[in-house]
Design a protein around this ligand. Structure first.
Ligand code: ADP
Length: 497
């Protein structure tokens, strides 16, 4: 038999990719198609669902054509997707009733405040969903569409409309309208799913006034979501793995056991720690979410999640607004021309500070500047700010979990920066492991699909394939690290004052 592959449909916030993955978990090739970001008003963000769809299908068919592949060559398709983004469509025509409301969109902030402002309601939401009530999650976005699109509420109540996050919409279209389903990781980001009972929650549906028949069936992340049946796409390929992007990346990092954690250094940073069968309630306002599980696990697994708002994005700022570098990658060589920042700290609280500080009104500062401060010091300080913020997050998560993160698995665009990774290991005093393939999100979707269709036997096989991580170990004197962290904490206080 000729070689077979798994394909990951990596549906992100700015682009859709189809990724071809072989039996050794190597990324053979990928096709990427960007799509339009729509900003109808300040604070609003939309995507055209059909543009998402065609960018995703286009990348898939181009990938297959490029390698002369047919349905016989593909063992299964896995999907990972931007989470929370909300689509409502009419199954009779396949037409969305409006653009998708993207996770970043703030249009429902007032609505969430009105519905969940009462502390007892917020507590109920938190206990059931593991989330802090926010416009970020899908619930209020669905409510907004039903209330603001002509006739939508009546049609939804008559059972004529379906809701889905992007995974669900793609599955529905790809299966020719046969399967209306999502997985628990995506469901856990809607703020309508009881993560302890594993079911859509009637009280929450009522709170947001959302008819239950709109909601997709929730199926295991590694399991059957039907087969492809769409014009132009080879028919009969099983869709058999689904997870939201951050949970997919946790899985792609082979964090299968309680205590294992990963941090993604992208535009923002996302830290997730697997907590096994235990849903840990955070004292630091981190969220509790469902982790993607291998098919043989047999019970729900959870994760703690926290994020840094401005991660790699601080380097974009240094590049585009300050003009100190031409590319983000250049920051490494420039920062290495000085042994340290000379006491300079950049606190990129451009949109406030997240865990563990939670200061929405904080704004960025640069402090410690002297007559000798130069470009390299500033760039280095900006780069180090990513590591300091992650360090704060790691400590908050460790406090919640009541256990240390011994090894931090890293990925994402900025994890390519060796100076940043070494500094991170130094101030955290933890080992960092960076896999050869930092495309862990697509890999996670591929793993989920591959495990359920028998392409790979079990998670041990996946762990065994992971070799030659780059490992970063702390080399800095602890005293020096403590001094730097103390300086960071002082700088953070100045942004809050
Ligand atoms: P996303 O998936 O959020 O779009 P990526 O994982 O592609 O982000 O990472 C891109 C981010 O990482 C950008 O914000 C960029 O400024 C930053 N970045 C990329 N390469 C480097 C580097 N070598 N050093 C520091 N930052 C980097």
């Amino acid at each position: 038999m000729s070689e077979r592959f798994v394909i990951a449909l990596d549906q992100g916030t700015t682009s859709s990719r189809a990724v071809l993955i072989d039996h050794n978990a190597q990324m053979v090739d990928f096709v990427q198609r960007p799509f339009t970001q729509i900003y109808p008003q300040p604070g609003w963000v939309e995507h055209n669902p059909q543009e998402i769809l065609f960018s995703q299908l286009g990348s898939l068919t181009e990938l297959l054509a490029r390698h002369n592949l047919t349905e016989k060559d593909i063992a299964g398709i896995g999907i990972d997707n931007q989470r929370e983004t909300t689509i409502v469509w009419d199954p009779a025509t396949g037409q969305p009733i409006a653009n998708a409301i993207v996770w970043q969109c703030r249009r429902t902030a007032d609505l969430v405040q009105r519905l969940c402002g009462d502390p007892s309601v917020a507590k109920m939401v938190r206990e059931k969903t593991g989330l802090l009530p926010d416009a970020y999650f899908s619930a209020s976005k669905i409510a907004w569409l039903l209330d603001n699109i002509d006739g939508a509420r009546e049609r939804a109540e008559a059972g004529e409309l379906l809701f889905g996050t992007v995974d669900t919409y793609l599955i529905w279209v790809l299966t020719g309208g046969l399967v209306h389903a999502t997985d628990p990781t995506n469901a856990s980001r809607t703020m309508l799913y009881n993560i302890h009972e594993g079911a859509w929650d009637d009280e929450l549906l009522e709170l947001f006034n959302i008819p239950k028949p709109m909601m997709p069936e929730v199926r295991p992340s590694s399991g059957s979501f039907g087969e492809t049946s769409y014009p132009g796409v080879p028919a009969g390929i099983p869709i058999c793995g689904v997870a939201g992007d951050q949970q997919a990346s946790l899985f792609g990092q082979c964090c299968f056991a309680s205590g294992q954690a990963k941090n993604t250094y992208g535009t923002g940073c996302f830290l997730l720690m697997h907590t096994g069968a235990e849903a840990i309630d955070s004292a630091n306002q981190l969220v509790t979410t469902i982790a993607a599980s291998a098919p043989d696990v047999g019970h729900t697994e959870y994760a703690l999640e926290g994020s840094v708002f401005v991660g790699g994005a601080v380097m974009q700022w240094v590049r585009d607004e300050l003009g100190l570098i031409h590319t983000a990658a250049e920051s490494e060589a420039l920062a290495a021309t000085v042994p340290n920042t000379g006491g300079v700290y950049v606190v990129p609280a451009f949109t406030g500070l997240g865990a563990p500080w939670w200061e929405a009104d904080a704004r960025g500062t640069i402090c410690g500047i002297t007559r000798g401060t130069n470009r390299a010091h500033l760039v280095r300080a900006a780069l180090e700010s990513i590591a300091y913020q992650v360090s704060d997050l790691v400590h908050a998560m460790e406090a919640d979990a009541g256990r240390p993160i011994d090894v931090l698995n890293v990925d994402g665009g900025a994890s390519a920066n060796n100076l940043l990774m070494q500094f991170q290991a130094d101030i955290l005093d933890r080992e960092l492991h960076r896999p050869q393939n930092i495309e862990t999100t697509a890999l996670g979707a591929a793993y989920l699909a591959g495990l359920s269709c028998g392409f790979w036997k079990n998670t041990e096989e996946l762990v065994a394939m992971r070799a030659n991580d780059d490992v970063f170990t702390a080399t800095m004197e602890r005293e020096q690290a403590e001094e730097l962290l103390y300086g960071w904490a002082k700088a953070v206080k100045r942004t809050i004052a």
